[in-house]
Design a protein around this ligand. Structure first.
Ligand code: PEP
Ligand code: MG
Length: 322
C-alpha cells in the first residue's frame, strides 16, 4: 500500500470536484526537505527553528542562523517556507539560557513572550531570517500569540530589524509576509481582531487542544481528555477558519490534527485548504482528498457541528472516512 501511496507524488492534490488543497510539511532543518518533495509536499508550513538553538552551549550568532535559513531557502525549489521564530520554554528548554524553573512552564515565560522581553535575541533571529529571504520565499511566523498587542509589538521589532539592515545596505525582502500561530484560545476567539494585523494564520492544534481543554499534552494519565474532536475545540478551529476567510488572509493548520485522516474531510468542510504535517503523512492525506468531494466534506461538517460529544463525532467520522 505504501508503494501505491508514493505514486501519488505527482498527482494533483484536489478533490474530485476540483477544490485544490495545499499539502505542506513541518520540518526542522534543510535536511528534511528531500523527504518533503519525495512525498509530494508543496512547501513548508512550519519550519521549527528550535533545533538550531539546541545541542549547543550558547545562542547561535546572526551569521550562524543566517546560514541555516539560507540553506533551507536555497533548497526550497521556490516553494514557500514558513519560518517560525523561536518557541523555547514550555517543553523546549535551553540549558545555556539559564531560565529559572517555573511552576507552570506551559503557562510561563516562553516563545513570543521571551522574544518581546529579550528583543536582542529576537532581532538577531529576525535579521538572520530577513537576510535569507532573498534566497527563497520565506515568511515569518510568530508562536504563542495571545493578544493583539503582542502582534503589534512584534511587528514594530520586525520593522526595526529591517531598518538596521537597510542602514547597513544589507539586502532583504521588504515585503516578507508575517503570520501568527493560533494556538491559544484567546487568540482563536479574537481571530477577527488578529486577522486585521497579519498576512496568515496557522492553527496549532497541539497547543490549542492543550489550552482549551486544560489538559497537559505530555501527561499520559489524562491523555484520554486530549481530543481535538471535542466540540469546544472544533468550534474554535471553525471560527478561526471563517474569520480568516472573511478577512481574506491565508489560513493553514500545522498541528497534528492536520495529519489525522479522520479530520481531513471535516476540515475541508470548514473551508480549510492548507494542511501542514510531517512529510511522511502527506500521501495518505492526499489519498483521502483525491477520492472525495467538497459536497461530502460539507455534509460531514454540518453533521459533526451539530453533535454534542467527541465520542459521537469520532464514531461518525470513522464510519464516513475512507
Ligand atoms: C502546535 O502547537 O500545534 C504546534 C504545531 O506547535 P508545537 O507542536 O511545536 O508546539
Ligand atoms: Mg505550539
Amino acid at each position: 500500500q505504501s508503494d501505491k501511496l508514493k505514486q501519488l507524488k505527482e498527482v494533483k492534490s484536489a478533490t474530485t470536484d476540483g477544490a485544490e488543497i495545499k499539502l505542506l510539511a513541518n520540518i526542522s532543518s534543510a535536511d528534511d526537505l528531500e523527504a518533503v518533495f519525495d512525498n509530494g509536499g508543496e512547501g513548508v508550513g512550519l519550519l521549527r527553528t528550535e533545533l538550531l538553538f539546541m545541542d549547543r552551549n550558547s545562542f547561535p550568532t546572526e551569521d550562524e542562523q543566517f546560514e541555516f535559513y539560507k540553506k533551507v531557502a536555497l533548497q526550497s525549489k521556490c516553494k514557500s517556507i514558513i519560518v517560525r521564530t523561536i518557541d523555547i520554554g514550555g517543553d523546549k528548554q535551553l540549558p545555556y539560557f539559564g531560565l529559572p524553573a517555573e511552576q507552570n512552564p506551559f503557562l510561563g515565560y516562553r516563545a513570543i513572550r521571551i522574544c518581546l522581553d529579550r528583543t536582542d535575541l529576537f532581532i538577531t533571529q529576525l535579521k538572520a531570517i530577513l537576510r535569507a529571504s532573498i534566497f527563497g520565499d520565506l515568511k515569518i511566523m510568530l508562536p504563542m500569540i495571545s493578544n493583539v498587542q503582542e502582534v503589534r509589538q512584534a511587528k514594530t521589532i520586525i520593522a526595526q530589524a529591517k531598518q538596521e539592515l537597510l542602514q547597513a545596505n544589507t539586502p532583504f525582502n521588504a515585503a516578507i509576509e508575517v503570520g501568527i500561530m493560533i494556538e491559544i484560545p484567546s487568540a482563536a476567539i479574537t481571530a477577527d481582531i488578529l486577522a486585521k494585523e497579519v498576512d496568515f494564520f496557522s492553527i496549532g492544534t497541539n497547543d490549542l487542544c492543550q489550552y482549551t481543554l486544560a489538559v497537559d499534552r505530555m501527561n499520559e494519565k489524562i491523555s484520554y481528555l486530549y481530543d481535538p474532536f471535542t466540540p469546544g475545540v472544533l468550534r474554535l478551529i471553525n471560527y478561526v477558519i471563517q474569520q480568516a476567510h472573511q478577512h481574506q488572509i491565508h489560513v493553514a493548520m500545522c498541528g497534528e490534527m492536520a495529519s489525522d485522516p479522520l479530520a481531513t474531510l471535516l476540515l475541508i468542510g470548514m473551508g480549510l485548504t492548507e494542511f501542514s504535517m510531517s512529510a511522511t503523512a502527506i500521501p495518505a492525506i492526499k489519498n483521502i482528498i483525491i477520492n472525495n468531494d467538497t459536497i461530502k466534506a460539507r455534509d460531514i461538517y454540518n453533521k459533526v457541528m451539530a453533535m454534542d460529544s467527541s465520542d459521537s463525532i469520532t464514531q461518525f467520522l470513522q464510519e464516513n472516512t475512507i
